[in-house]
Each structure stands twice: as structure tokens, then as C-alpha cells.
Design a binder for this molecule. Structure first.
Ligand SMILES: NC(=O)c1ccc[n+]([C@@H]2O[C@H](COP(=O)([O-])OP(=O)(O)OC[C@H]3O[C@@H](n4cnc5c(N)ncnc54)[C@H](O)[C@@H]3O)[C@@H](O)[C@H]2O)c1
Length: 258
């Protein structure tokens, strides 16, 4: 595959869906720059990307200074940015009563403000390149909800509004902006969620199977399936796609669940 030859891609998140997208772009010939906060995950990502043109940096995507520095370092060495994928996030639990302001601000910062910050700093470099593609990773929780995901769901719904607003403005600069809404995809985040549901004595594998059974397709999705959608949205084949959210959820939100 050389569908991303010569492209410069910025990706946030150094595990799971972000790492999968980074590997997909790099295998397609792109030069990829990944941002993640967790040193152990960053190190593992470097190992997983051995032999590929992927540079991993320690960045807190909720910090304006960190994002400005990261994008500045990349763009001072590269002639612009073609692709931006925002996959960094935290998934936390809490309802209106139990979510305190610290929890709320942290989740909004990491999951939503980060999408604005990376776009804000990357935008001029995409524009001078003659255009580009931005993909924000939302969630089915931006459409429908389980209990106790107040702050997380708010960020995912916010991504849909951000995507529309950005897309309308950015079309004049040939920059497309879309989001994707995954159902359950097997990643470290899903395994974390499964661990919460399974409890200390429960089986994570059984819990992940039960997550899969809730999807009409009967299983959870894979990182490769998700990367394929992100790659499509960032390719020229998606030249008429902008301002939209694309579900990749095995039919989860199509059904009534009864
Ligand atoms: N896996 C699923 O089932 C699923 C479902 C719906 C949506 N999503 C979304 O997909 C995206 C990717 O999640 P994933 O499943 O790959 O999980 P993941 O936990 O593997 O990836 C999240 C990444 O974000 C990074 N991160 C967290 N806080 C950060 C910060 N402040 N600065 C920089 N990096 C930070 C983590 O270190 C991690 O690498 C997220 O937006 C998540 O909400 C995942």
C-alpha cells in the first residue's frame, strides 16, 4: 500500500485506535507523528512501529503549551500537515451527582479541548499544503448512552458539533473534517472498561464477549477495522465526505436492544 506516500500525519493516542491508525498511515507511506501522555504506552508504540516512519512524543493533549510545542516541532521540520487524527481520550464514570468539577474539567480537556487545540495549531500548516483531512474519534456514546458516563458522553457529543462547525468553515481551504463513532473495539480502553464491569473475580474475556453479543454483528470490532475507516476518510476516495459522523458499531445503535 502506498496510498499515503509523502503525506504528513499527526495522530494523538499511542495505543489502541490511535496506534492502529498511525501504523496504517505509515504502512501506506506517510510520515507519522504520534502524541501520547503515558511513557510506557509511548515506549510500546515505538516498539510496535519499529521499521516504520513513526515518531512518538510525550504530549499532554489537554495542554495548550504541549500541543503548541508538539505541532511546532513537527512543522518546523516538515513542510506542512496533511492528516490529523484525534484518538487520545480517557473514559471515566460518574453521573451528575458524583462527577465533581475536577473530573469534569479533566475529561473535557483530554477528550474535547484536545481536538480543538490540535486542529487550531495544525490548521495553518494544512492550509499552506493546499488542504487536508481531520478525523476526530468520537463514540456511540455521543449518540446514545449507558448509565454513568456524564462527562465522557458530553465530550463525544461535543465532538459531533465541533466536527460540523469546523467542516463548514474549513471547506473553503480544502480541509475536510469528520468524526467516527465506534461501538466496542478491542483496545486497552475496552479492556479497562471490561475490568470495571467484570470486577475482581469476573472474567474479562467473558465480559468482552457479552459486549460483543450486544452488537447485532455478534462481536466487538477490531483496531484494523477502525483504522480502515479512518484511512478511507483521510484518502482522496473520501473527497466529498465532510462534516459527518461515521458509525463503526456492528449495528449497535441501529437496533432497539430488545
Ligand atoms: N475502544 C472502544 O471500544 C471505543 C469505543 C468508542 C470510542 N472509543 C474512542 O476511541 C479513542 C481511542 O481509544 P482506544 O480505545 O484506542 O483507547 P486507548 O486507551 O488505547 O487510547 C487512548 C490513548 O489516549 C492517551 N491519552 C490519554 N490521556 C491523554 C493525554 N492527556 N494526552 C495525551 N494522550 C492521552 C492514552 O495514553 C492512550 O494512548 C478514544 O477517543 C475513545 O473514546 C473507543
Amino acid at each position: 500500500m502506498s496510498d499515503f506516500d509523502g503525506k504528513i500525519a499527526l495522530v494523538t493516542g499511542t495505543s489502541g485506535i490511535g496506534l492502529g491508525a498511525a501504523i496504517r498511515f505509515a504502512r501506506g507511506g506517510a510520515r507519522v507523528f504520534c502524541a501520547g501522555i503515558d511513557p510506557a504506552l509511548n515506549e510500546q508504540a515505538e516498539t510496535d512501529c519499529a521499521g516504520l516512519d513513526v515518531t512518538v512524543s510525550r504530549v499532554d493533549v489537554s495542554s495548550e503549551d504541549d500541543v503548541a510545542r508538539w505541532v511546532g516541532e513537527v512543522t518546523s521540520a516538515q513542510n506542512g500537515v496533511d492528516i490529523l487524527v484525534n484518538a487520545a481520550a480517557v473514559q471515566t464514570y460518574g453521573d451528575t451527582a458524583s462527577t465533581d468539577i475536577g473530573h469534569w474539567n479533566r475529561v473535557i480537556g483530554v477528550n474535547l479541548t484536545s481536538c480543538y487545540l490540535t486542529s487550531h495549531f495544525a490548521y495553518p500548516h494544512m492550509k499552506r499544503r493546499g488542504g487536508g483531512s481531520i478525523v476526530h474519534v468520537s463514540s456511540v456514546q455521543g449518540h446514545q448512552n449507558q448509565n454513568g458516563v456524564l462527562a465522557y458522553a458530553t465530550t463525544k457529543g461535543g465532538i459531533h458539533a465541533l466536527t460540523r462547525a469546523q467542516a463548514v468553515d474549513a471547506a473553503r481551504d480544502n480541509i475536510r473534517v469528520n468524526s467516527i463513532s465506534p461501538g466496542s473495539i478491542r483496545t486497552p480502553l475496552l479492556e479497562f472498561a471490561a475490568r470495571q464491569v467484570a470486577g475482581e473475580d469476573g472474567s474479562i474475556e467473558d465480559t468482552i464477549k457479552s459486549f460483543g453479543a450486544a452488537h447485532p454483528i455478534g462481536r466487538v470490532g477490531t483496531i484494523e477495522e477502525t483504522s480502515a475507516l479512518i484511512a478511507f476518510l483521510c484518502s482522496d476516495a473520501a473527497a466529498f465526505c465532510t462534516g459527518a459522523d461515521y458509525k463503526i458499531d456492528g449495528g449497535l445503535t441501529a437496533g432497539l436492544g430488545v
